[in-house]
Design a protein around this ligand. Structure first.
Ligand code: ATP
Ligand code: MG
Length: 251
């Protein structure tokens, strides 16, 4: 069914039991993300952004609440099934790239396919395609230390996309990048979202990065406090078609 939300979270809650006082990192968050959306997640440090992403990405389990990913109720899955859903439905991009050193761009991108049991020839072909898609078709055999920060993040994005996931999750993907490289990565995200139909949820601290999205979700002390289009006073770091269209409409 095409109208099944990619993310359907109902009263999603995460309590960490570290020390004497439990920390409510996420307080009954209810949120849906539809296929093809580009959502920015914002909020102060410690507000629950990464906790939310880790739950959505099946890297962690909620204390309570319901979470459906692309229609699959993930709470009911065993550890093994969770790993399979994670591998097939979700691609993750982190602030620190998390590439294997002394491993070529191509081999880094092949990793999720290796875990999925895809044969070598098909892995290589898919990795080549994914790297070409992010503009690195001429850097297949480069090692991470032979690539710029932006190129390394592109490799990480190719790795996240190589399984053709329903959802790309990015936690501060431009946090380690200068502003020119940040724009380059944001343009790639917009292209992936607009022209390849990839659903994106991206955490950021920067209002100009968040303003590139069409929908901003804000957390405060684990609560969802805002959910709507980026405020008009936030200037996007790059020109985005939907903002220009909105301006024309408003004129
Ligand atoms: N593994 C953990 N054990 C205990 N408490 C945790 C754990 N992970 C996060 N927390 C707490 O949960 C709250 C939310 O943390 P989270 O990492 O989600 O914040 P964040 O919004 O991503 O912050 P930042 O912008 O600094 O990355 C914080 O108060 C944090 O201290
Ligand atoms: Mg975080």
């Amino acid at each position: 069914m095409s109208d099944t939300p990619v993310i359907d979270a109902v009263a999603l809650r995460k309590v960490y039991a570290a020390g004497d006082t439990p920390v409510v990192a996420l307080a009954d968050v209810t949120l849906q993300v539809q296929k093809g959306e580009f959502v920015a997640v914002v909020g102060a440090s410690g507000s629950g952004k990464s906790t939310f992403m880790n739950l959505i990405g099946l890297l962690d389990r909620p204390t309570s609440g319901v979470l459906r990913l692309d229609g699959v109720d993930v709470a009911r899955l065993t550890g093994n099934q969770r790993a399979i859903v994670r591998n097939h439905k979700v691609g993750f991009v982190f602030q620190g790239f998390n590439l294997l050193r002394r491993t070529s761009a191509r081999e880094n991108v092949e990793l999720p396919l290796l875990y999925a049991g895809v044969p070598a020839r098909a892995r290589e072909e898919a990795a080549r395609l994914a790297l070409t898609q992010v503009g690195l078709g001429d850097r297949l055999e480069h090692m991470p230390n032979q690539l710029s920060g932006g190129q390394q993040q592109r490799v990480a994005i190719a790795r996240a996309l190589v399984n053709q996931p329903a959802l790309l999750l990015a936690d501060e993907p431009t946090g380690n990048l200068d502003s020119a490289t940040t724009r380059e990565i944001l343009k790639l995200f917009v292209d992936l979202n607009l022209h390849h139909g990839i659903t994106i949820v991206m955490v950021t601290h920067e209002s100009d990065v968040a303003a590139v999205s069409r929908r901003v979700v804000q957390f405060k002390d684990g609560h969802l406090v805002l959910d709507g289009p980026p405020p008009p006073e936030w200037t996007p770091a790059i020109g985005v078609p939907w903002r220009q269209a909105a301006k024309v409409e408003a004129a």
